[in-house]
Design a protein around this ligand. Structure first.
Ligand code: NAD
Length: 334
């Protein structure tokens, strides 16, 4: 049997940093190639500098290194995408087209490519937005993700490429910084709370969005990719949910530990993007097909973020004991 050899493109980003490490644990570090357009970051093993838009270079790496799976993470995110719509479309769609073609021609075992809740738009259901809900995105990012989802399905249906995908909500983590999306505030707020005990956000206080803590996102990716092929009924992209909250909710969760924390808001262009997305996601199909269940809610994530970031920053921080569980205002059925 061919040995698994994994290529992660976009390995230095918010997801890539943690996913590459997790794949290293599963397959052995020597079998995971981290690739990104950035120059070699210190301490990253098995690294190559690669442009996701260079079809021939990807093909050469796949052939020379006997790659069996590609995880394509290089993309321009929602807020940055609105600043350069041509570059966003080119990177987000052309890189995927290359990877799908190479997967077909080189007979790769599997491909992972993340989509986003940005495929939904103002016409989609606001609460518990379903797998097959109407999706009319209004950002170039959402449009590129929607096109990408259909290309994934096309390559599966017509060429048998085993490509799998998740519609990630906004992701929160304490390792690599977020890459320019409309949900980035939910990372920055923890940094500012520890450093300055105050934060000025760019979304309205009550702008509720679907979010997920990075350990859940990494586990979802591995569970999807390890699931038997016949369990994968959705070949566009799966809805997955973690939690849903608004800036006022996360501020309240932080205040349980840092009572003096203050938040103010100066909404900018990202408010309109965020407002076009659902507030909560129905992920029943992912639950039924391959057993998806999130582990982190807002309270647990807040404790973990504050503990880890305070250690990283060398900031003194004492976690409040016996705090009441945060009420989940937007429950998901499981
Ligand atoms: P990120 O911006 O943090 O990382 C992207 C990485 O791709 C960066 O390291 C960047 O250097 C690299 N890159 C950019 N252009 C490249 C190129 N031409 N060739 C090679 N590498 C290139 O993004 P992320 O948050 O890690 O997101 C990864 C994927 O997950 C994207 O497809 C994104 O749309 C999707 N996603 C992310 C979130 C989130 O909240 N982070 C939510 C939904 C979906």
């Amino acid at each position: 049997m061919k040995k698994d050899k994994i290529l992660v493109i976009g390995a230095c980003g918010q997801i890539g940093t943690e996913l590459t490490a997790a794949l290293g644990l599963q397959y052995g570090i020597e079998n995971v190639i981290a690739a990104d357009i950035q120059t070699h970051p210190a301490g990253v093993k098995n690294y190559i500098c690669l442009d996701a838009l260079d079809h021939q270079q990807i093909e050469r790496v796949v052939r020379e290194c006997d790659v069996t799976q590609i995880y394509l993470l290089a993309a321009m995110l929602s807020a940055n995408g609105e600043k350069d719509i041509n570059a966003a479309w080119r990177l987000n769609v052309q890189s995927l087209m290359s990877v799908l073609q190479i997967a077909r021609d080189q007979k790769l075992d599997k491909v992972f490519w993340p989509s986003s809740i940005a495929v939904f738009g103002p016409g989609s259901a606001k609460y518990n937005c379903r797998q097959h809900a109407r999706s009319e995105p209004i950002t170039v990012y959402g449009i590129s993700k929607k096109a990408g989802e259909h290309f994934c399905n096309y390559y599966f249906e017509n060429f048998g490429v085993d490509v799998r995908s998740l519609r990630f909500p906004g992701l929160i983590s304490y390792t690599a910084p977020p890459g320019g999306g409309a949900t980035d505030y939910a990372v920055d707020i923890y940094h500012q709370a520890l450093e300055k005990e105050q934060y000025t956000g760019f979304l309205e206080d009550d702008c509720c969005l679907p979010m997920m803590y990075m350990p859940d996102a990494i586990r979802a990716t591995l569970e999807l990719m390890n699931a038997p092929k016949e369990k994968i009924a959705i070949r566009t992209s799966y809805n997955i949910a973690g939690m849903s909250f608004a800036p006022c909710d996360i501020a309240a969760a932080i205040r349980k530990h840092i009572p003096s924390f203050k938040m103010s808001t100066v909404p900018d262009f990202r408010q309109a993007i965020a407002q076009s997305w659902p507030a909560s996601i129905d992920d029943q199909q992912a639950h039924n097909d391959w057993g998806w269940k999130p582990a982190f809610d807002l309270r647990r994530m807040t404790e973990d973020m504050l503990m880890n970031l305070s250690r990283q920053k060398g900031v003194e921080f004492e976690m409040a004991a016996n705090i009441e569980p945060v009420i989940d205002f937007y429950p998901h059925e499981h």
